[in-house]
Design a binder for this molecule. Structure first.
Ligand code: SAH
Ligand code: SF4
Ligand code: F3S
Length: 447
């Protein structure tokens, strides 16, 4: 009988994409994937290290899973960002772990697990991807049958001083456009209605060759890719994350020209203080950022904008924090904002600075920023009442089983009364109620 593997994923969409890839490679090697950590022969965690709390989570989960086991001890493996960063020291801290697979070892996971099943105690692989390794995944292997993540660039060269990602994911590597386009055609044929082009910074996309892209249209390779992806006929195309420094107006022009490029941009500001932005080495000032926002606001279609902010970066004064509040006011509030308290990450440049904003102060700034954002967000959401949005139906609402849920093209969560027959379809919903983080409405036309 073949061994069963349980795979659990933390962190960003890149990890979700890597887990899908691991899943395919494991099945191809003859493993059975299971949803039961209590009985699986092998339990693998795909981990995130972006903040301290995220990095700790895996160790708590290993303990929980072991306590709930029915029968023998499993082979435990740690893959992803924590594995890449902590390497062999994981074996010392957590003796039940016998496999450590870094962020570029996904394709070798079957062999690593087999060695552990054969009795090897400390199997570790922190190497690069093999030359010519394929990125593509069959459409049938996706976590969601409706929305597919398509990585276009992995790694990060930006080295923002607080961030661990360049260390855990390595240097930027862009995928060839012809591969990306072929994968999207396959997803389209298979019935996926929506794809997300993903990367730490999608607009830093720089492939080795531009085969399959028209040279003339748009100033940047990312923009040429966007136009080529739009030409596949895929119904809804979203992309994330956009790096403000390299955010070019041509992206807005492409969205204006192609209806299937969705009206949503995730453009993380991180701070509104030039002093803090410099210390973060983001490569943009508050006024540069606001110019990008102006470009987005000048689009023919109304585009949603979301962002990330870090509060309590080392040395952030009350005056710096006020600048961040001012930035939010000048933006006019976001359609969604993710706020994070600064978390020191080992060996990043900012770790050598004194983490001098107290936790109480970080919490107070977090709450004040959240309150400001909320009041803007309420008004933004209320403007949707009476309007129609196009929603891809992705599941049943977790709170009300008679309601279905999905995302609009402007990437808002929309709930409405419906049935499972609507799953995977695109429906028009007229919004009747604006909630805190979602919209509610009635379906007015179903296919
Ligand atoms: N590549 C994306 C972000 C990836 S990490 C970008 O440049 O925008 C996702 C978010 O986590 C970041 O935008 C940042 O707001 C937050 N983050 C990253 N490192 C952090 C740290 N050390 N402490 C707190 N938040 C952090
Ligand atoms: Fe981290 Fe900055 Fe790279 Fe984003 S751009 S992943 S914040 S180093
Ligand atoms: Fe986390 Fe690694 Fe993504 S640190 S945010 S899983 S790149």
């Amino acid at each position: 009988m073949s061994a069963t593997v349980y795979l659990e994923t933390f962190g960003c969409q890149m990890n979700v994409a890597d887990s899908e890839r691991a899943d395919v490679r494991l099945r191809a090697a003859g493993f059975d994937l299971t949803s039961s950590p209590e009985t699986a022969d092998v339990v693998i965690f795909n981990t995130c290290s972006v903040r301290e709390r995220a990095a700790h989570k895996v160790f708590t989960r290993i303990g929980e899973v072991r306590r709930r086991r029915i029968g023998s001890e499993p082979i435990v493996g740690v893959m992803g960002c924590v594995a890449q960063l902590e390497g062999a020291s994981i074996f010392d801290g957590s003796p039940s772990v016998s496999v450590v697979a870094g962020t570029r070892a996904t394709d070798r996971l079957p062999q690593l697990i087999s060695r552990a099943l054969d009795g090897e105690r400390r199997v570790i692989d922190l190497d690069e991807r093999a030359a010519g390794e394929a990125w593509d995944l069959p459409a049938t292997a996706r976590t969601s049958k409706y929305v597919a993540f398509v990585p276009i660039i992995e790694g990060c060269n930006k080295f923002c001083t607080y961030c661990i990602v360049p260390y855990s994911r390595g240097r930027e590597k862009s995928r060839e456009p012809s591969d990306i386009i072929a994968e999207i055609h396959e997803l389209h044929r298979h019935g996926h209605h929506e794809i997300h082009l993903i990367g730490q910074n999608v607009n830093s996309y720089r492939p080795k060759t531009e085969s399959g892209l028209e040279r003339t249209k748009g100033a940047t390779p990312f923009c040429r890719l966007l136009r080529a992806v739009a030409a596949t006929g895929m119904e809804r195309i979203k992309f994330t994350t956009s790096f403000p420094r390299d955010f070019h107006r041509d992206i807005v022009a492409a969205i204006d020209e192609h209806e299937n490029l969705c009206e949503w941009i995730h453009l993380p500001a991180q701070s509104g203080s030039d002093r803090v932005l410099r210390a973060m080495r983001r490569g943009h000032t508050a006024s540069d950022y606001l110019k990008r926002i102006d470009a987005v606001r000048s689009a023919r279609r109304k585009l949603s904008i979301t962002s990330d902010i870090i509060v309590g970066f080392p040395g952030e004064t009350t005056a710096d924090f006020r600048e961040t509040l001012r930035l939010i006011e000048e933006v006019g509030g976001y359609d969604g904002l993710y706020i994070f308290k600064y978390s020191e990450r080992p060996n990043t440049p900012a770790a050598s600075l004194m983490d001098d904003v107290t936790l109480e102060e970080k919490s107070a700034r977090f709450m004040e920023l959240e309150t400001t954002q909320r009041s803007f967000q309420r008004k933004i959401y209320e403007r949707y009442v009476g309007r129609e949005v196009r929603v891809l139906v992705e599941g049943t609402s977790s709170k009300f089983p008679s309601d279905m849920t999905g995302h609009s093209t402007c990437h808002k969560v929309v709930n409405f009364r419906g049935t499972e027959l609507m799953l995977g379809k695109v429906v028009n919903v007229r919004i009747s109620v604006a909630k805190r983080n979602s919209l509610y409405g009635e379906v007015i036309s179903a296919p």
